[in-house]
Write a protein that binds this ligand. Structure first.
Ligand code: NAP
Length: 329
């Protein structure tokens, strides 16, 4: 396979290279692409330095699969070019996700949608991916009709500059100084919580919250699913946590849900709260599964479930999901 990676120098792009190495994805030729800024730099693949090129038309000739993680405007510009050259684009940005002609795929949930692609397949938002991997097996058993998400999203979800912001900001606070730039967020993120991911609409809902609502409906083929959502950026480097409350047509039991999830693809149940066993971002760093714990009956509604879901946003939330799609292709 000839594989192009656009955004190869970014957090997701580098993780895609690592995931392809680890899963022995059959790459005969790798074409790492980024902006002019990175042209001539190298990224490592199977121990060998690979020279990064500034993206241009010629790079997509003869490419079989193009993995994109360079942001929405870059995807809008280059995905049609790559697709017209005969590549299948797997795009991590939000540019194509809600396009009705573009499948939005999580392999554990809707792998069959891949067949509908016309050259572009969208990889969902990181928080949405881990949520639907945990919810879909329960939906199949009980019939999901309402879900409430509250997310605790790490700074790596914003890209490499945000890692520096948290690192430098934390140091400054501990040294008694004001956190300084770069200001990726409206406020310093160190030692704080920001209920603000993406722009607010006129009703006060953020772009990230709408992504979780609409992408969950599209991936699970549940257009009428009711979804409540609050997304929060937290001062954690890597790994997103989500508090999920799910209502079903049929009454769900925590014991049965635990069993269903323990047998579901891509899920690891970590649920022994009496012994302080529950999913944590630090534990899930660099790991593939979606970890689910704190599975319990919801205190506010009979037959509903509450749970706590954690996954590495750079692995299953981005790079791994994209490479799994490529494997299915
Ligand atoms: N981080 C996550 O957890 C996550 C999860 C799901 C989806 N995503 C999506 O994945 C994409 C990348 O995220 P990231 O976290 O990897 O960001 P990042 O660390 O900031 O990396 C951005 C990448 O895009 C490249 N790029 C920027 N401008 C470009 C241009 N004009 N032409 C070509 N390449 C350009 C950069 O190349 P240079 O080195 O040349 O600047 C870099 O390789 C975004 O669309 C994001 O929404 C991220």
């Amino acid at each position: 396979m000839k594989v192009a990676v656009l955004g190869a120098t970014g957090l997701v792009g580098r993780e895609m290279l690592r995931v392809m190495e680890q899963r022995r994805f059959p790459v005969d030729k790798l074409v790492p692409l980024a902006s002019e800024r990175s042209a001539g730099k190298t990224v490592e693949f199977h121990g060998e330095p690979q020279v990064v090129c500034a993206v241009s038309d010629e790079h997509f000739k003869d490419i079989d699969v193009a993995l994109f993680s360079a942001g929405g405007s870059i995807s809008r510009r280059w995905a049609p070019v790559a697709a017209a050259s005969g590549a299948v684009v797997i795009d991590n940005s939000s540019a194509w996700r809600m396009d009705p002609t573009v499948p939005l795929v999580v392999p554990e949930v809707n792998p069959e949608d891949i067949k509908l692609n016309k050259g572009i397949i969208a990889n969902p938002n990181c928080s949405t991916i881990q949520a639907v991997v945990a919810l879909y097996p329960l939906h199949k058993k009980y019939g999901l009709n309402y879900v409430s998400f509250t997310t605790y999203q790490s700074v790596s979800g914003t890209g490499r500059e945000a890692l520096l912001t948290l690192e430098a900001g934390s140091r400054h606070v501990l040294e008694g100084r004001e956190p300084s730039s770069p200001m990726v967020y409206p406020y310093p993120i160190a030692f704080d919580l920001l209920p603000h991911i993406g722009a607010f609409d006129s009703d006060g809902v953020t772009e990230e919250e709408w992504k979780m609502v609409r992408e969950s409906q599209k991936i699970m083929h549940l257009p009428d699913l009711k979804v409540s959502c609050t997304t929060v950026r937290v001062p954690v480097f890597r790994g997103h946590g989500e508090s999920i409350i799910a209502h079903f047509d049929r009454s769900a039991s925590p014991e049965e849900a635990r069993l269903i999830l323990s047998e579901s693809p891509g899920v690891v149940v970590q649920d022994d709260p009496a012994n302080s066993i529950y999913p944590r971002p630090r534990y899930c760093e660099g790991k593939d599964p979606v970890f689910v714990g704190r599975i319990r009956s919801d205190t506010g509604k009979d037959g509903a479930l509450a749970m706590w879901v954690v996954s590495d946003n750079l692995r299953k939330g981005a790079a791994l999901n994209a490479v799994q799609i490529a494997e299915l292709l």
